[in-house]
Design a protein around this ligand. Structure first.
Ligand code: NAD
Length: 476
């Protein structure tokens, strides 16, 4: 496969309008948090981007007080009035989309073509979508006069910082709740820029509060008596801690956790198309995707052909500067995540799987990991069981549909799966057999605000997106 040489095409860093210092957003105003002032760094070169004055426990108290005060008047507004604010936020995200995309790529390390074409447009689409529901809640199938829950504490991870904030805030506000959102410690910048947009949209003070901070601030939010609902996206490990913490408190909870999705390729699939789906499934966002297709199940009769075509395709991927518009693989978000990927891939080799990466130049500074494919993987291998959350694919084979189902379901997770076949009846049969919340057919990693997303088993419970996503923010 030919690999064209492109001249560098970097997006300008200035478009990100990076500030030297960021505070937290409480009761409609920005201020320095009572916690530590930390530097957020660019994972592509390890240079500091900005200083963030993080929240302390007293800020959580203040944010909860503000959100409680704001709750009754916000909930009492007509849905039509609430929708106006959401439409305004959606439009402002679109207007500042280039700035948000650059900021996201700087803080997270993801390629600009992904932040520009996926993260930011989907974040705006989410606000548009839930703005549309705000005055139609009585027709959503949750009773004639559904009520909001109250104050929601929302904790999000670092892999889609702006998009996850949109997934959390938009449905909560549409239903009449007020929120306290905590972005992940390594990626606070787009959430704090969203706070600016929210302030400019004239949202009443206290309806949205955004607290930068680490796990202890997350924990303070989870434990706070003034919070009625916790919405968490992150690791299964922390999801379990949260569930234990709130047991018996009456707090509502929704958990979007990890995954180890099977991407299943049948011999009758359109193989060129499937190769693109495999690449998108595991190398999109450096594999920092909870629903990534990290376990490739290929029918034995086409396994050699698929692996050869996949390797040829991977030779064409460009790893490097996230701000370059030609970049396919950006930086790993943090030193800690890179260490985890290395540890798990080393275990893959130690347990006997065969490792392959295309030749690729790794920049000297920053956190980088070459796209990696493991073959001769057995189901018992650590790399076939544990979520790696990196650009690493484990390839397994199967002979019959029944074997594919058994292998796909042989995981404690149940977030997503993909199936590639020309046969419609097989797709429908598979969808019934697989224990996964989202099943893509002849595509992968497709998202739409109108379609619900969420897991089974250790991937969590509750749905985000679509009509179903309203349920997580309505009282029963
Ligand atoms: P993480 O669980 O370590 O952190 C997630 C968030 O929780 C961060 O904001 C963190 O500060 C906070 N946190 C950490 N400990 C806490 C505690 N004890 N109490 C309250 N909050 C706490 O996860 P991560 O490493 O940031 O993200 C990666 C994980 O997220 C992966 O497992 C991935 O699969 C999952 N994820 C799931 C989805 C989904 O929709 N299912 C989406 C994205 C990421």
């Amino acid at each position: 496969m030919a690999r064209f040489e492109y001249a560098p095409a970097p997006e300008s860093r200035d478009i990100g309008r990076l500030k030297e210092h960021y505070g937290i957003f409480v009761d409609g105003a920005f201020r320095d948090g009572a916690g530590e002032a930390v530097k957020t760094i660019n994972p592509a070169n390890e240079e500091p981007l900005a200083e963030v004055a993080e929240a302390g426990p007293s800020d959580v108290d203040d944010a909860v007080r503000a959100a409680r005060r704001a709750f009754s008047p916000w909930a009492a507004l007509s849905g039509r009035e609430r929708a106006k604010y959401l439409f305004r936020i959606a439009r402002a995200i679109q207007e500042r989309s280039r700035e948000l995309a650059v900021l996201e790529s700087l803080d997270n390390g993801k390629p600009i073509k992904e932040s520009r074409d996926v993260d930011v447009p989907l974040a705006a689409a989410h606000f548009f979508y839930y703005a549309g529901w705000a005055d139609k809640l009585s027709y959503a199938g949750f009773g004639p006069d559904p009520k909001p829950i109250g104050v929601a504490g929302q904790i999000i991870p670092w892999n889609f910082p702006l998009l996850m904030a949109a997934w959390k805030i938009a449905p909560a506000l549409a239903c009449g709740n007020t929120v306290i959102l905590k972005p992940a410690e390594t990626t606070p910048l787009t959430a704090l820029t969203l706070a600016e947009i929210i302030a400019e949209a004239d949202l009443p003070p206290g309806v949205v509060n955004i607290l930068a901070g680490g796990p202890e601030i997350g924990q303070a939010i989870v434990e706070h008596d003034g919070i009625d609902k916790i919405a968490f996206t992150g690791s299964t490990e922390v999801g379990k801690i949260i569930q234990r913490t709130i047991a018996g408190t009456g707090k509502r909870v929704s958990l979007e956790l990890g995954g180890k999705a099977a991407n299943i390729i049948f011999e009758d699939a359109a193989l060129d198309q499937a190769i693109e789906g495999i690449v998108n499934g595991i190398f999109f966002n450096q594999g920092h995707v909870c629903c990534a297709g990290s376990r490739l199940l290929v029918q034995e009769s086409v396994a050699d052909e698929v692996i050869a075509a996949l390797q040829a395709r991977l030779m064409t991927l460009r790893l490097g500067d996230p701000l370059d518009k030609n970049t396919d693989i950006g930086a790993i978000n943090s030193a800690a995540q890179l260490a985890r990927i290395r540890e798990l891939t080393d275990s893959g080799e130690a347990e006997g799987a065969e490792r392959w990466s295309p030749p690729c130049e790794i920049p000297e500074r920053g956190y980088w990991f070459a796209p990696t494919v493991f073959t001769h993987v057995s189901q018992a291998n650590t790399i076939a069981r544990e979520e790696i959350f990196g650009p690493v694919l484990s390839v397994l084979t199967f002979r019959t549909p029944a074997e594919a189902v058994e292998k796909a379901n042989n995981t404690p997770y149940g977030l997503s799966a993909g199936i590639w076949t020309e046969k419609g009846s097989r797709i429908l049969w598979f969808a019934q057999q697989l224990r996964a919340g989202v099943i893509w057919a002849n595509t992968f990693n497709r998202f739409d605000p109108g379609s619900p997303f969420g897991g089974y088993k250790e991937s969590g419970f509750g749905r985000e997106g679509g009509r179903h996503g309203l349920e997580a923010y309505l009282a029963h």
